[in-house]
Design a protein around this ligand. Structure first.
Ligand SMILES: *[C@@H]1O[C@H](CO)[C@@H](O)[C@H](O)[C@H]1NC(C)=O
Ligand SMILES: *[C@@H]1O[C@H](CO)[C@@H](O)[C@H](O)[C@H]1NC(C)=O
Length: 272
């Protein structure tokens, strides 16, 4: 019945993956980081990371750093454990149930990029990361897509070949800027593009930004939005791919209601 409401992954060649269009913003502040989202099938999570004392700590500000909360302990160990079967879950993370991991580099990009890249090595070695091979121009979907945001240095992302740390771009400038010489924006660099909601002047502008992003096969996200059902519905109706959520249960419930009320003949999801 809701066949038209399928968000196929931008880069999967086989099959259509139903992605719940919800992103767990500041995920580490949830009751149980990673697991609250994962158990609600919210398959996009965001961690703020600080490179300090040779560790990648997860915290909103450097003053809130706690020794036990690292990218490894809260996220990477769980993700790899689920993928390799050492942690048993009903629906594992896989190419057909992919996870998007946003890493918001809070410390400088120059100091943080390489440690983040290195920390992903076990996932990389297992072939679990979405990877772009610039030599052959091939984007291969993995179980996990890592997207750097915050201070992530675009030049390092662009220079990497193969590339498995992608970049959260500014959705407003997808057509007025390029990530490098003769290089258009696309999912091989920026699987998602974002902007804060206060920078968008109207629903019409939001809809246009979503359409522009989709023309480049890039997904859209607006952050710092009002937390209301009508706001979330406005994004979903426009085909906006990731609703930035803090109250994951409330947004999941709203999504279930939104889906159930659709009239498929009138509604065509414009997601990728
Ligand atoms: C998530 O689900 C698992 C079972 O797959 C359960 O053991 C765990 O307690 C749940 N955690 C949360 C935070 O819901
Ligand atoms: C599975 O992943 C966990 C990390 O959570 C790791 O400790 C363990 O060694 C891995 N097991 C295998 C068989 O790769």
């Amino acid at each position: 019945m809701l066949a038209v409401l399928a968000l196929a992954s931008a880069f999967l060649s086989s099959g259509v993956v139903a992605v719940k269009p919800i992103h767990s913003h500041n995920d580490y502040l949830q009751a149980v980081p990673f697991w609250t989202a994962f158990n609600l099938s919210v398959m996009s999570v965001e961690a703020d990371v600080w490179w300090q004392s040779n560790q990648l700590f997860v915290a909103h500000t450097s003053g809130e750093i706690v020794k036990t909360k690292t990218l490894q302990s809260l996220y990477l160990d769980n993700i790899l454990g689920i993928i390799n079967g050492s942690i048993s879950v009903p629906t594992p993370i896989s190419v057909s149930n992919p996870l998007q991991l946003l890493i918001d580099m809070k410390s400088s990009g120059a100091s943080t990029y390489q440690p983040v890249h290195d920390a992903l090595q076990p996932l990389r070695a297992g072939g679990h990361l979405t990877t772009y091979d610039a030599t052959s121009g091939t984007l291969t979907a993995g179980a996990v897509t890592v997207v750097g945001t915050g201070n992530t240095p675009l030049a390092s992302v662009v220079a990497a070949n193969p590339r498995d740390v992608f970049f959260d771009s500014d959705i407003r400038t997808l057509f007025s800027t390029v990530p490098g010489p003769n290089l258009p924006w696309g999912p091989n660099i920026t699987p998602l593009a974002s902007v804060d909601w206060s920078s968008v002047s109207s629903t019409a502008q939001m809809q246009e930004l979503v359409r522009n992003a989709h023309d480049l096969r890039v997904r859209s996200r607006f952050w710092d939005t009002p937390a209301s059902v009508s706001t979330w519905n406005t994004f979903w109706a426009a085909g906006s791919d990731w609703v930035n959520a803090d109250d994951l249960k409330a947004v999941s419930d709203a999504w279930a209601t939104f889906q159930a009320q659709l009239e498929p003949t009138r509604f065509e999801y414009t997601g990728l």
